[in-house]
Each structure stands twice: as C-alpha cells, then as structure tokens.
Design a protein around this ligand. Sequence first.
Ligand code: VG1
Ligand code: CO
Length: 544
Amino acid sequence: MDVKIVATRPFDGQRPGTSGLRKKVKVFQQPHYLENFVQAIFDTRADLAGGVLVLGGDGRYYNRQAIRIILRMAAANGVGKALVGQGGILSTPAASCVIRKYETQGGIILSASHNPGGPDEDFGIKFNTPNGGPAPEAVSEAIYERTGKLDSYRTLETPDLDLDHIGAVRLGEMTVEIIDPVADYADLMESLFDFAAIRRLFADGTFRMRFDAMHAVTGPYAVELLERRLGAPAGTVMNGVPLEDFGQGHPDPNLAHAKELVAMTKGADGLDFAAASDGDGDRNMILGRNFFVTPSDSLAVLAANARQAPGYKDGIAGIARSMPTSQAADRVAEALGLECFETPTGWKFFGNLLDAGRITLCGEESFGTGSDHVREKDGLWAVLFWINLLAARKLSVAELVKEHWQRFGRNYYTRHDYEAVDAQAAADLMDHLRRLLPGLPGTRLGDYQVEYADDFAYTDPIDGSRSEGQGVRVGFQGGSRIVYRLSGTGTQGATLRVYLEFFEADAARHDQETQEAMRPLILIARELAQIETRTGRAEPDVIT
Ligand code: VG1
Ligand code: CO
C-alpha cells in the first residue's frame, strides 16, 4: 500500500457548530478542505487505526465524492474496516444504530440536515463517537484544534470504488463493507413498536396517512417500514426517491416547507395522519386532520403514553429537553415522578444522560424527538411511535393531544426565525440583551412579570463539563418564556431564533390560534431585543 502524504495548510473556521461542520458545497470543494477536517478526525481518534469506522450520508450533492475521499484517507490512516451504506447512504439515526450495533470506533456522517442541497447549497460532516452519538464539545474542540495545526494528510491513489453493490472489497489494507443501509435500522424499529397492531390498523383500510420523505434520505427507510413491513398501501410514502438536490426543495419538515403534505390534512376529508422527515432523517413533523402537533407537545405526549409501545412498556427513566423546547415535557415528568433535564441546544448534550440511563426520552423544539434506542434524534422512530399510539389508544391525533392538554395544561409555543441577518448586527443584539439581563427580574413587560432572566449555562450532571452562552432566557411568572439564541447550523450571515412559550391551564382557552394567543408575548420579544431597529426586519422569515 503506497500511502501518499499530501502537503496542506490550515483553513480558518473549521470549528463544528451545533451539529458538525456545515458550509457551502463550494467551500468543501476547495482542494484539501474536506481532507484537512478528516485528517484531524483520524489524528485525534487514535482507536480508529485498526478499528471500524461507519460512513454514510444523506445522499446530497457531493456525498459520493466525499465518501470516496474519506475511504482513501481511512485506508491510508490504518482503519481496519469501513462499514459504508450502499450508494453512500445512511440516515443519521441509521448511522447511529449501525455504530452501536457493531460496536465500532465511531462514524462519519455527511449531511447538512434540513439545509438545501446542490452545487450552490450546503454540505456538512460530523464525527459520531462509539456510543453512536454526535461528538461532545471536548471531542469536536480537539478536532478543531488539530485542523489549525495540520501540514499534511494521508491518502491513497486508487481507482474509484463501487459503492452500489453490497459486499466486501479491499482498499489498500482496509476492508470496505458495503451494507444495506436500511435493514439494521428497520429491525431495531420492529423491536420497539407493536407492528402487529399497526398492521391491523393499515389492513382495516379506514386509516389514511402519508409520509413525506421530501426527496431526502428517509424514502427507502419509510418504504421498507411502512409499505413493506407494515402493509401500508403503495404511495403512502411521497417524494420517496432521494435526490441530490432534494428536488430543489428545502428538506425541512415544518409548516413552511412541507406545504403539499399539510394541505392534504385539511378539510373534513383530510388525512388521519401525516408526517415528514428532513434531509438526513433525524427530524419529524406530526400532523393529524386539521391539526399540527408542536414538537414540544409531541415529546410530552409520547412521554405520557410511552407504555403503549412495547419497547417502553416498563415505563421510562427520565426525560430531557433542550432549553428552548417548551416545558410541556416537564409537566409530564413531574406527574410521573421522573427526573427532567434542561440541556443546551443540540443532540450531543443528551448523550451522557442516555448512556447513564438517567433518561429514556428526549427532544427538541426543532422537530427532534428520540430515545435511548440510538444516540441521535430519529424521525421515523417518532412517526412509528405516533402510529403505534393511534393504533393502541384508538383516538385521533387531535383527540390525543387535547386529552393531554386537559390533563397537563397547554404550552402554546412558536419559534420565529430571522434568517441571514447581518452577523455583526445579530451579535450586537445578543450583547444588548445580555446587558439588560441583570435589571429584568421583578420588572413588568406588558402583562407579564419577569421572574428570572439569564444567559443559559449548563453543567453536565454526568461528567461535569460546562457549556456557557447557550441562549438568553427571560422567564415570567406562570411559566411563560422568551428565549433568544443564534443558530449554529446556518451557512450565511446569522440566524436569530426567538422562541416563545405561553402556558394556559384553562381547557376552555385551549383552542386559540397560536400566533393570536401569543401576540402580546411576540410583541414584547421584538421590542425587548429591538429586532427591527437592529436587523431591519419587521417580521420573521420563518414561523414554526
Ligand atoms: C438546529 C436546531 C437544533 C438542532 C440542530 C441540528 O440548530 O435548532 O435544535 O439540534 O439544528 O439538527 P441551530 O443551532 O441552527 O439552532 V439537524 O436535523 O440540522 O442535524
Ligand atoms: Co437533520
């Protein structure tokens, strides 16, 4: 094996964000850019030499080229074996499943998740540790530090490998095993949910649903699970063929980007159930007839009903949610006498709690829900969980959620995003808010009395690691909140996220339109942060 040592120089800005390194494809296509980051992974993860690496991505533009670059480098860096999804495909939760199942030394996932794909759009790479989860901050930081010092990387000069046929081939001294990207994951799903009950629901013929794969990675997974293993009618999965540019869409399962699907749930004749997933398959949106389930409510409803699914029949340990996620899950935890954790944004912060068995379910307001079955959020898992609940409880989506609100109260919730704003203006806005913090507690903003105001910091209860500057929280008496933070996944300027939550205990007031019910809080949030004066934006770009 002739290892080629290629001279290189560090690039600025290879620090991973909320979920790996995400940049425009053009940035990744610069000579040595991807290679440097990958070499930094091999340099800092010594056990990959002689070990097993999982590799796959969401199929977006540049996925195949990147896989080939990484495979050559893996062989040149002494990796013993690479497990690669056929065609270079592995959804993020499936990659996590494979890393865990085969007890590998980690994985590299290629994805920019819900960001658009194509030659002028986004690409991304992240390293997952042997527990199957996204690298914790200390690991990412070590990789980043290494990128600043590199002067060479290792690769091979070999012809392109065939990624499309299942089986093992050699690359230098490394074995490359092309695996079925769906089978292991589908088996895991079958072990968690009541497939017999779900099959009966579909066989009955009255339950009508669609799953929108948004031309992204979940198509083959959803067809296998819903149409093949569970017997849903052909065509249940829409946009099921993964495309490099996601059909020029924005593979983000929310009310703004999955319009066609949402329309199918409207009216007296609307679907009973509809769901969608994102580019890499870790997000989910849940809809019923004329009904949208907020991701925060979804986590709370799954937690309250978990015993209905065979995989959780003995009950759950604790629950965790990211800080901006609504406190609906906290109310369930309290009622069930479970521990509840509030973590910074990003799935990596759930890993230690899951590994330690302190939590079983966790979620984020950004359409992310998951459990201890893998170490990533999992879109299809959430969809199957919901179908399992509908089959077991024999209620509609709306009935299930309304029943939940009756019992626990309703946490009205919305997120307003201001995208691609000037980065300096966004940083100044956050500074302005931080300066206001000490003076806020005890003051009144409109009808709301400020109870606390802080810049969220978190100490991991398992390893004691500390994460600061995780977003500004303003909490009001009665449980309402405003949270501000800047996105760590965007590739253009800054994205300001404003998260709003308003608690209503009275069931007679649970049927208000969300934006209307939250209007006073929305206006307070805009004024307090001086959003229009500082960013020039009178209205958000995306409301979810
Ligand atoms: C966003 C979401 C966050 C999520 C992250 C990765 O991050 O807010 O909750 O964990 O995306 O999800 P940010 O920093 O842009 O707010 V995914 O599906 O993009 O891997
Ligand atoms: Co994603």
